[in-house]
Design a protein around this ligand. Structure first.
Ligand code: FAD
Ligand code: DLZ
Ligand code: SF4
Length: 528
């Protein structure tokens, strides 16, 4: 009797724990294209195409490696549409003695997985995901008894554990964190090198046609599809980043430039999250660039901190805080998501450009996500669950474990400060300093109130004022609250009235977009 090894669409690694120790002669690998995963939220078209193409390529690689793969395609007429339905059908086909699977990245999927054993008539072994440095249990141990979870201390543990950028017990260069040397505003004309091109092969072309046909009503475009879909392509993308963009990664990490969608970012998160690249290998290779004198320490440390610091920490927080994190709303934000998050139709140049790159590329870089799209949602008081659904839909790298803590915890402070020591709230001055957006905008970033004023300015004070009861005691907000209190009452009222006037004219998402979150799978031939 065989062992059945289901591999999910974001588990595409030959090093996956469930494959280790299995004999290919006695194993059936199960891969399932299922409608529920594409429609429980209506994912960006390019994201669906990326995952299906990467899955099909991975199945081919497994077969070449001698594994028997039972691959259920979306077009299979008997496809039940869900992981559980497909595991039940596969158990009937193969009568396995054991099902061996790696824990999923999504709490929702784990709940379903925990029930599999009751349906399949054999034991189901759920293994820890060894692609992460820090297991869920280890993170829970680290977090136990801490009131606030701070990434910096966790990150130091990961540096010690891996020895990356370490000299014995000390950090190389004498400092753990070189953030202060990174993050300059962009000079005029700042341009990143072009990304490597990955021409769609026959498998990808077939998937693109399938997605256009079945999910063509979803947000986003397939026109610029250029994601690496195999480990070999992901390797080429990583190599191009390490050589061409890593040296200046830190310096321009927070810069935003109209029409420059990638600048010096890695653009590797989808490949990493799918399993095509190993983040610890990547960190070691970045470290080697420093030792070879090809990249400065500040850039290399900054990049490594994102991978073995932030990424691991975010995942730990997700499993620690779920399922409560999905409903968290510390600031009681209840405004619906504005329509422009879907259409890009807004006179705010920063938001319009961030939605455009999101639609065209299924990508926006960190500061666009945090300080433009997230910051606006925070200041305007948009309901966290609607914001989280939007972020889960629109980015090629978005999986619940990484999207939700970033949105609810980092961007929206919906967890009340478990993850971030203060809300990432900023007025237009920050966006002006870090971008060239304001020069192209209908609004004037220097004007504080009234119809010509940058909306972020009055919204910033409106946010602080309406949340004073919850935030005023935060020591990191002492200065802004002191400034607010020093203002005349007339000035304060002017800010509040200006923000209210702006908020009143915001259009909530309408039509199909408002229903981006589906709780039941649907047939994709119906218009949204
Ligand atoms: P780079 O800027 O080049 O960073 C290098 C790598 O570090 C990334 O590839 C990624 O693997 C990792 N990384 C950096 N920051 C984070 C972080 N905060 N959390 C986890 N990993 C990180 N990242 C996702 O992978 N999926 C998401 O759904 C996602 N949603 C986000 C939502 C919001 C509101 C915010 C503020 C951040 C979100 N991030 C998410 C984190 C980060 O923005 C992306 O990882 C990054 O933009 C991916 O682009 P890159 O590969 O060019 O990253
Ligand atoms: C996101 C996604 C999509 C769109 N489709 C599939 C699929 O058809 N089959 C699959 O195995 N995985 C898919 N995924 C990724 C899953 O949603 C992801 O593996 C789970 O959410 C667990 O993180
Ligand atoms: Fe954005 Fe305000 Fe600048 Fe316009 S002026 S681009 S709205 S920050």
């Amino acid at each position: 009797m065989t062992v059945l090894v289901p591999i999910l669409g974001d588990q595409l690694s030959l090093r996956l724990a469930s494959l280790q120790g299995c004999d290919p002669a006695d194993t059936v690998v199960l891969m399932m294209e299922v409608a529920e995963e594409a429609t429980h939220v209506r994912h960006h078209q390019a994201k669906i195409a990326l995952i299906l193409s990467a899955m099909r390529h991975f199945a081919a690689e497994l077969r070449e490696g001698g594994w028997r793969v039972d691959y259920v395609s979306l077009t299979d007429p008997d496809n039940s549409g869900s992981f559980t339905g497909e595991v039940i059908r596969a158990a009937q086909r193969h009568a396995p003695r054991l099902i061996r699977v790696v824990e999923p990245g999504d709490w929702r999927v784990e709940q379903a997985m925990l029930d599999w054993q009751t349906f399949v008539g054999c034991p189901v072994e759920i293994l820890p995901d060894s692609r992460f440095l820090c297991s869920r249990d280890e993170f829970a141990g680290w977090a136990a008894g801490r009131k606030e979870l701070r990434m910096e201390f966790f990150y130091r543990e990961m540096r010690r554990r891996t020895g990356i950028l370490m000299e014995g017990k000390e950090p190389i260069g004498g400092k753990w964190n070189y953030d202060a040397e990174n993050r300059s505003g962009p000079p005029p004309g700042l341009k990143g090198p072009p990304l490597p091109r990955f021409a769609p092969d026959a498998i990808t072309r077939e998937v693109l046609d399938l997605v256009a046909e079945r999910f063509g009503q979803h947000f986003g475009s397939l026109d610029r599809f250029n994601w690496p879909v195999t480990a070999a392509e992901a390797e080429a993308a990583a190599e191009a980043f390490l050589r061409q963009r890593l040296p200046t990664f830190g310096q321009w990490q927070d810069a935003m430039v109209v029409g420059q969608d990638f600048l010096f970012h890695a653009v590797l998160s989808p490949a990493i999250n799918l399993g095509l690249l190993d983040p610890v290998d990547l960190s070691r290779r970045a470290e080697a660039e420093y030792h070879a004198g090809r990249a400065p320490l500040a850039a290399v440390e900054g990049f490594i901190r994102q991978l073995i610091g932030w990424r691991e920490y975010i995942r730990g927080v997700y499993w620690l805080e779920m399922p409560g994190l999905a409903e968290a709303n510390f600031l009681a934000a209840e405004r619906p998501l504005p329509d422009f998050y879907w259409t890009g139709e807004t006179s705010m140049a920063c938001l319009a450009d961030c939605v455009r790159t999101t639609r065209d590329n299924a990508y926006a870089h960190h500061i666009q996500r945090l300080m433009v799209l997230g910051n606006f949602a925070l200041l305007a008081g948009i309901r966290p669950q609607e914001v989280a659904d939007w972020f889960l839909v629109v980015y090629a790298d978005a999986f619940d474990w990484v999207e939700l803590p970033n949105v609810a915890g980092m961007a929206l402070f919906a967890d009340g400060g478990r993850l971030a020591s203060k809300p990432y709230a900023a007025s237009g001055a920050y966006i002006d300093r870090m971008s060239d957006y304001c020069g192209t905008c209908k609004y004037d970033v220097k004007v504080k109130t009234g119809p010509r004023a940058c909306p972020f300015n009055a919204l910033y004070w409106h946010f602080l004022a309406r949340n004073e009861g919850k935030l005023a005691r935060n020591p990191r907000l002492a200065n802004p609250y002191a400034t607010w209190r020093r203002m005349t009452e007339a000035k304060r009222n002017e800010y509040l009235a200006s923000a209210d006037a702006f908020l009143q004219q915001l259009q909530p998402a309408s039509g199909g977009w408002a229903h981006a979150h589906k709780t039941t799978p649907d047939r994709e031939d119906s218009p949204c």
